[in-house]
Design a protein around this ligand. Sequence first.
Ligand code: AMP
Ligand code: GLY
Length: 424
Amino acid sequence: MKILIVGSGGREHALAWKIAQSPRAEKVYCAPGNGGTRLVAENVPLSETDIAGLADFAEREKIGLTVVGPEIPLTMGIADEFERRKLRIFGPSKKAAEIEASKVFAKQFMERHRIPTGRFKVADNFDQAKKILASGEFGFPVVLKADGLAAGKGVVVCPTQKKAEDTVGEMLVQKKFGPAGRRIVIEEFLRGREVSFIVISDGMRAQPLVTAKDHKAAYDGDKGPNTGGMGAVSPSPLMTEKLFNDVMTTVIAPAVTRLLEEGRKFKGVLYAGLMITEEGPRVLEFNARFGDPETQPQMLRLESDLVELLTAAVEEDVLRNDVRWSAKPSGCVVVVSGGYPVHYEKGKIVSGLAEAVPGVTVFHAGTKFENDTYVTTGGRVLGVCASEENLAETMGKIYDACGRIYFEAMHYRRDIGAVKEERT
Ligand code: AMP
Ligand code: GLY
């Protein structure tokens, strides 16, 4: 069958790479793709937000399965449009994707169904927010979250009342996030360590993927601003069998079931960002899609056929086959443009990709192929990945490969996969 992948990041390159290995994939397309996806798929010059254009393409090319990477097309209703046209698509409907698109909805949904999450209140004007902050009920630090999608920038941890009031002003008065910040969530600050818990849901049941740990801060030692993700390892070093069962029972199963009951059948990837606190796991957020970079190390460990797994979810029988994973750990170091996530330059020539280290897979996140060279097009540029007997060997290989890659002002963290201190 012909398969179309929507998106242009490292996640989509990793999905295309894995899908291209499937005996069921006769031809793989990626829209719009990047400099790396062209190695495993045919890039199609259609934007991920051009829903009608993508559906027309799928009709014309008789695409048997479309797989959506990013959240934007999902929250625009790409799955609804494809289903309306009887095109098979892997990804939740607009209503189901609201679990990611609206933090107010997600928090109230969790409260309604007693899914463990931080205490919170919702505010839609400055005075109301100020009153909540002044009441001291959440103490400080406190976490402020814009309701809607804000490209990962809508969450601000505020150490003091002053900072919190300033941030509320930016969100609710200056409208820094536009309509995404019309309402905000004021949430208690949770202490613990973070785990990404990602499953594939068919609307009724969930097939867990191997766990992963994301490293979000821009600089070593978890310093600097939050980014989309600077690297990841799988499995998460924090995962235990007990915690796994706990999360499946108290978070994933109720989320999938209650969404179904509320008329928001969730078919796609349900990603729970968790804080593991002393009292147990708490949901920080839900995403309605694969993680990036988490997907990259996860795909390296997946031994089963990804096309079969995604098809099983679309056909509402996601548990019909066992999913096999390599027991070896895997890792990914994201090489970014200097200054990311704030100000950075694009258009730099990337060298050293040909000097590949055996066993290392490089997924492209922000490149294009032009005049026989790779040129940077974004903040996150490459995901350098490997999977070896143990994590030390895995990271050694990855860093060896990173050392051979060069572009002007490139940056990557040197401590991905290192054992982390407790967050305080
Ligand atoms: P989110 O987009 O909701 O996952 O938030 C982004 C990041 O902010 C998370 O990965 C956490 O590091 C941090 N964060 C979000 N909510 C909280 C919270 N209630 N307590 C502490 N940190 C948080
Ligand atoms: N790496 C975080 C995310 O995909 O949301």
